[in-house]
Design a protein around this ligand. Structure first.
Ligand code: URA
Ligand code: SF4
Length: 230
């Protein structure tokens, strides 16, 4: 939680993005075309954290604009969200040469200077980790095959580990149904976090206006709650 106003947070997040674009704090700056600070609303309920920019992201300075981004958008569509309703960023903000794994020192430098502050300022209800480096920040030592789709709660925020979309694409679509199941957990997690954040009783709950019928998640008899911000 932060006590800063949205205006103050916006100013600082803009400053972080500017600092990232000019950053030379680790060696990854040498090979980049454009650094990729992240994109999305500064008051997003959901924050996706990928690994690092790939070729297209490096060219455009925007996260997840290649094939992985397309799959991400498709999955978001399943839960009635567009990409501009979520904040999307990466563990490291500059593309590693030949898309190699980011080194521990690069991860530490970049997250210590940028990602953790972005999280603090955006203060999302749910953080989705995409891939093992992102997962490793919040679930050290975990195996994605064992924990994907299982949220953990910490200080009122849900952390949901998911497969990296590139892995799902490599699986020739066999992982896609499971990917969708994992994505469908998101709306409920957001609602749960909002409910938990409300000050105890007194004020009557604001009635929710149903927008449209979505497919209920399989195995559940109650329809998913609408994300009231959207
Ligand atoms: N893969 C990532 O991890 N991040 C991107 O931004 C694009 C592809
Ligand atoms: Fe700076 Fe991060 Fe880019 Fe390294 S990866 S140069 S720390 S912005």
């Amino acid at each position: 939680m932060t006590t800063m106003s949205f205006e103050e947070r916006t100013t600082e997040l803009d400053a972080i993005a500017a600092a990232v674009r000019a950053c030379v704090k680790c060696q990854l700056h040498k090979g980049r075309t454009k650094a990729v600070p992240g994109a999305g609303p500064y008051n997003a309920d959901i924050m996706f954290i990928g690994e690092g920019p790939g070729y297209h992201e490096d060219q455009q300075g925007l996260p997840f604009v290649g094939a992985s981004g397309k799959l991400l958008e498709e999955m978001l569509g399943k839960i009635g969200l567009k990409r501009d309703q979520v904040f999307i960023t990466n563990v490291v903000k500059c593309r590693p040469p030949e898309n190699r794994d980011p080194l521990p020192v690069e991860i530490e430098t970049c997250t210590g200077n940028y990602l953790f502050r972005q999280i603090e300022l955006i203060d999302p209800k749910v953080i989705v980790t995409l891939g093992r480096f992102s997962m490793g920040l919040f679930f050290p030592g975990a195996k994605i095959s064992q924990i994907h789709g299982k949220a953990k709660w910490e200080k009122g925020r849900a952390y949901l580990p998911m497969f990296h979309p590139a892995a799902v694409l490599r699986s020739l679509e066999s992982m896609k149904p499971q990917y969708e199941v994992d994505f469908r957990k998101l709306p409920e997690l957001v609602e749960q976090a909002k409910k938990d954040a409300k000050p105890a009783p007194s004020a009557p709950p604001t009635p929710e206006t149903p927008k449209k019928d979505d497919d209920p998640p399989s195995g559940s008899s109650t329809p998913p709650k609408q994300l009231s911000l959207f």
